[in-house]
Design a protein. Sequence first.
Length: 688
Amino acid sequence: MKNLILSLWLFSACSLFAQVVTTNPVIVTQESGEIEVIFDAAQGTGGLKGYTGDVYAHTGVITTASTSNTDWKHGTTWEVNEAKYKLSSLGSNKWKLLITPSINEYYGVAQNEKVLKLAFVFRSGDRSKEGKDTGGADIFIDVHDAGLAVSFITPTTSLSVAAGTNVPIAIACTQTAKLTLYVNGSSVSSLPAATRLTYIYSIPAADDYLLVAEAQAGTDIVRDTVRICSPVPVTSASRPAGVVDGINYINSTTVTLVMYAPNKKNIFLIGDFNEWAQLNTYQMKKDGNYWWYTLENLKPGQLYGFQYLVDETLRVSDAYTELVLDPWNDPWINEKSMIFPDLKPYPVGKTSGLVATFQTDKPAYSWNIANFQMPKHENMVVYELLLRDFTAGKSLQGAFDQLDYLSKLGVTAIELMPIQEFDGNNSWGYNPNHYFAPDKAYGTPEMYKRFIDECHRRGIAVILDVAFNHATGNNPFAKLYWNDATNSTTAENPWFNVKAPHPYGVFHDFNHEFSKTRTYFKQVLQYWLKEYKVDGFRLDLSKGFTQNSSTDATAGNYDQSRIDILTDYYNAAKAANPNVMFILEHFCAYDEESALANKGMFLWRKMNDPYSQAVMGWRERSSFEGMNSFPRRWVGYAESHDEERNFYKAKDSGDGNIKTTSVYLKRVPLNIAFVALLPGPKMIWQFG
């Protein structure tokens, strides 16, 4: 009867503070026999909530052989539906996975390997849906050492509750022991000999509470802790003079963080400096629509991870961070080679989602070429380069070795396809989420600077391809005002449009009429020009920089607002480097492109069709006169990442007289001559 009452009480407690997974036994050790894992599909991301088909576990273990706290070992394959990983439905969104007969045998763990955590992602049989922890994090279950161990059954993680809330607390122990519950150092409940202790604690006032579960058996004492935060009223205070949005370095031990976030009730800082706990001490102050906090007594030169905890549920990184920690993709960066040595590990089990960083007294890069003089824009030979595909190593390190080759080709500028932090590690880069941070998949910030320095030493300028038209849902501005049901930004979001006003919507469309969007991207442009000494930019899909509604038929029509926005960005870039090269992927009306060109900007001139026709041996549409129009600010190209290779077309669709390898390869020098010798700057797509 007592066990039934305890089970009902625990069910009620867990319903109030529901968890993604629970286990039987409650405390798991490597020596535990059969283990039941109960997955609540309504919790966490809720990706499988209401799903009634087959559900499988993608599972593995974190062991002493793991290279990081996200390095799964002995895992299942995502693609294969194996019977041992299939869950059984318990109804009401509950599913059961049986790990049997033991952890070691189920996962195939080596004899001398110690298991630290069980790791899970649950998915539908067709792999179209998945259930993960809050914020899209993987699900982990701690594996305790054999012997005496104690753990909170509920709550299992830190909570935020209002004063006066009754919090059900349950403690479990692996063996009979003296169990004691402490709140802020004072004992509130104790049993002299038990394996379970339950208690209801009423939060007396807005404050921070540290709960400690202690088990004592003889001289052995073990503990577990959780925190409860009952938020105090927000303090209103003016921002310190001179600070701007994002990360402000005051001195070697002090940082002031500023966030623009209208209509939010409170924001807490969480990070390495407070063990990722929500604490009233770290609640940000409010100044109108701004929130700010000054962190003091930091360790000079230490890289700190942090996030903003918004309205006590939403974890958001900082849009101004220069290095992002990614729980999903960072573990694979150094899988085959040390692309990013000493990469700071993600704080697994402490938070979820992308994590921002800051570092006072960051070592400065020593530039060999401090004042590079860019080649004349009008004679530029631009080489469009995707680091992912340029060398077998898919990194900056491999690209270093090819710079002499590019220099001998006559290349005077390298246009890097997007390198600002993007989703995943394998990408063209047009799916950005942070704009001040270089993506780690290709190397460290120092390696990017060295690459640019080495280009400059050879007289080669570096142009960044940037995607300012849109961002993914991992962008902090997007996440601040987000609709989970529609997987899109909300109408309340000032940075983004719910739906792109133009017909070229990709991911989530920025509102470039919003003043803070403009300020942000002007800062981004100036940052890369000053911090990384890049020489210019190619703006992807610049046609989308407008709030005027259009269709496929009208999107290219003259738009003065679009001209004004792009001119504003160009002037900001020129303020940092008067000789900046500014290239637009625009493809609009000739009078609009001419207006932009007359201000000093360059525009992509797509010539793929004429060059392809010429090399295929067809007279129709083979004129190159499009490169001869004025003003001379067209960046002409025969191929780009968006176009098919001319000589593939020759092989596949050319005139019957040239559809042999020996003939169409002889036409290569002729086509190259036309590309290179026409007036104005020109671009070559890598390997072209």
